[in-house]
Ligand binder design. Structure first.
Ligand code: NAP
Length: 289
């Protein structure tokens, strides 16, 4: 990579960020396509976020990603928002056009593309989505914008319940998707939802390392072979939910390619070019099986 006076700067803001795979996937893609950009990680806490954003804007950087805990705050620091960023209230990608900051949320786009690449077109389909945190919200909004017909959202009553109610109201008011909210404890509702849905998506953190034995679904008999099962967790690659799905004969996919494609969409927004995803997959995302 040749850094010179024309190099466009992109990067990641958040805390912690040092573990991120994003610098590798973006810098390698810039190199492969001969694009004069660089991607760096900036370990910025909540207190310094606004100062950092003002600095990046003033320096004329091309844009940046942001991660937890900054996605909601970043919404307030942008001048414009994409429809998905507006509806989720969270931004993970910012594009800087001559000092005007546009906030996007590419997490849901990443999930929907991962589903498509796994062979599943969800247009007109019914989805049962577990969770109402940041990732679930992004998936719910993008699924609704992309034509999922019915969305059944399950979360425990607590921290995210009020947000989940607002989310389902917004989806019903602003998209053609019918969204319904249920208590995760309501076993009858869950059984009915899984009986009717085309896809089950786990967007809770249950089953994520180090608590790999956790499983959000307590009744494996609800899994029928026609149901697609996806888990957005990628560590471990195969969660207990995905192992249950495999035993039940369900087609399934994990969260690895959601991570890849949310990055690919950010890359497209900054450079106007497609990330060479096949090479990036082979180099940094092997072990999908
Ligand atoms: P978050 O905002 O903290 O949301 C976590 C969700 O899980 C909430 O709905 C939470 O419910 C629920 N939850 C947590 N523990 C639970 C339990 N014991 N029982 C029932 N529900 C429980 O986190 P997030 O950012 O959305 O991330 C969620 C998961 O997605 C993480 O594993 C993360 O690694 C993964 N993720 C993957 C990608 C990707 O690219 N593949 C991207 C983002 C996130 P409450 O709100 O009630 O606590």
């Amino acid at each position: 990579m040749n850094i010179n006076g024309h190099t466009g700067l992109t990067g990641l803001l958040g805390h912690p960020v040092a573990h991120s795979i994003s610098p590798m996937m973006h810098n390698e893609s810039f190199r492969l396509l001969g694009l004069n950009y660089a991607y760096l990680c900036f370990d910025v806490g909540e207190k310094e976020l606004e100062t950092a954003v003002n600095g990046l804007r003033a320096l004329g950087t091309r844009g940046w990603n942001c991660t937890m805990p900054d996605k909601q705050r970043m919404c307030l620091l942008c001048d414009r928002l994409s429809p998905a960023a507006q509806m989720t209230g969270a931004v993970n990608t910012v594009v800087n056009e001559n000092g005007i900051l546009t906030g996007h949320n590419t997490d849901g786009i990443g999930y929907m593309r991962a589903a498509r690449e796994a062979g599943f077109d969800l247009t007109g389909k019914e989805m049962t989505l577990l969770g109402a945190g940041g990732a679930a919200t992004a998936i719910a909004v993008q699924a609704a914008l992309d034509g999922v017909r019915v969305l059944r959202l399950f979360n425990r009553r607590g921290r995210s319940w009020g947000h989940a109610q607002e989310l389902t109201d917004a989806i019903n008011a602003q998209t053609g998707c019918r969204a319904e909210l249920y208590d995760l404890e309501d076993r009858k509702a869950l059984a009915a939802a899984l009986g009717q849905s085309d896809i089950l998506t786990n967007a809770t953190s249950v089953g994520m390392a180090p608590h790999k034995e956790g499983c959000i679904l307590t009744d494996a008999s609800l899994l029928r072979p026609e149901l697609i099962v996806s888990d957005i967790i990628y560590n471990p690659r195969k969660t207990r939910l995905l192992r249950l799905a495999e035993s039940a004969g369900c087609p399934a996919f994990n969260g690895l390619y959601m991570l890849l494609f949310q990055g690919a969409e950010a890359f497209r927004l900054w450079t106007g070019q497609d990330m060479p995803v096949d090479t990036i997959k082979a180099k940094y995302f092997s072990g999908q099986e």
